[in-house]
Design a protein around this ligand. Structure first.
Ligand code: 13P
Length: 299
């Protein structure tokens, strides 16, 4: 499958490609099997924060695990490579992107969202050019999808004040000048917490500004990505997909399922994998209605 074409096809069909995070390497197998058994199409992805602060070990280790269980329904994506990370430290993003290309990732994300607009455009253009030279698409982020930082305002305040929401004029310019293939937008979505003290808390149910998504889709003309896909209000999510969201990132929900099952079974990885397999199928089938997406995409 060609990753860029798959996401464009999903957009045209008003469907959306789930991208499941694997913060623990044993999560790869049940997720890959669930995607296959739903006859769906989905990405398996790992972000820098997941090997720095969780159990993913390294991007290369994640790619090796992926290679063991990859099937005709799966794609491998590199999630969040921040230029400035959640602890506000500068990251050597280009060497991480180079490593991902060597390790066989089929698409990459550069997250310059903590930079001023001009710098975000410049960094994204640099990474997009590098990704395109390697024949793979590049995702970028504009606006602030909060949640990974240690301190985050209450969700209701974020939504009511539209804090960090992606601006239409900036998105118009960003899509034209950065060369990114997909744009992650801030439209009421938030990331599940990654800070150790709070990462097991239940996420607040996020609402989405669907009219704003439709406007962003119109002005950018490229597939939009919804980060923070765990625990989004179901109707909002379905409407958002109709409005231009073509990729959705899902992390917390599956991580918490896996970790809870691991704890409940005294560390039995197979029991935790089984719980994760069932939860992933349920998410694809009953939440995204993406069972049989493979047939629609291949037509
Ligand atoms: P959640 O953990 O909130 O599902 O978000 C995942 C994500 O957006 C990873 O990039």
């Amino acid at each position: 499958m060609n990753t860029k074409e798959v996401v464009l096809k999903a957009l045209a069909l008003k469907k959306c490609i789930p991208a499941f995070n694997v913060p623990h390497t044993p999560m790869v197998k049940p997720i890959a099997e669930a995607i296959r058994d739903e006859n769906s199409v989905a990405m398996i992805q790992v972000a820098r924060v997941e090997w720095e602060k969780m159990g993913a070990i390294s991007m290369e280790r994640s790619a090796e695990e992926y290679a063991k269980y990859a099937n005709a329904h799966t794609l491998l994506h590199l999630d969040h490579i921040p230029v400035i990370d959640e602890d506000f430290k500068r990251v050597d993003y280009l060497s991480l992107i180079e490593r991902a290309i060597r390790a066989g990732f089929q698409s990459v994300m550069i997250d310059g969202s903590r930079l001023p607009l001009e710098e975000n455009i410049a960094v994204t253009a640099e990474v997009a050019a590098r990704a395109h030279a390697a024949g793979i698409p590049c995702e970028a982020e504009l606006g602030a999808v909060m949640g990974h930082e240690a301190e985050v305002p209450p969700y209701e305040e974020i939504f009511a004040k539209k804090m960090g929401f992606t601006k239409l004029d900036e998105a118009t310019r960003f899509a034209k000048e950065s060369g990114c293939d997909w744009l992650s937008v801030a439209v009421g979505n938030i990331h599940g917490a990654v800070a150790e003290a709070v990462r097991n808390q239940k996420k607040p149910e996020a609402k989405l500004d669907v009219a704003h998504i439709a406007d962003l889709s119109r002005v950018t003309g490229i597939p939009l990505v919804l980060h923070g896909g765990s625990g989004v209000n179901h109707q909002c999510l379905l409407d958002a997909i109709g409005a231009g969201i073509a990729k959705i990132n899902v992390g917390t929900e599956l991580r918490q399922t896996y970790e809870a099952a691991l704890a409940a079974s005294n560390g039995d990885i197979e029991a935790a994998r089984d719980a994760l397999y069932r939860r992933t199928r349920d998410y694809i089938h009953n939440y995204l209605y993406n069972g049989d997406l493979m047939d629609a995409i291949s037509k």
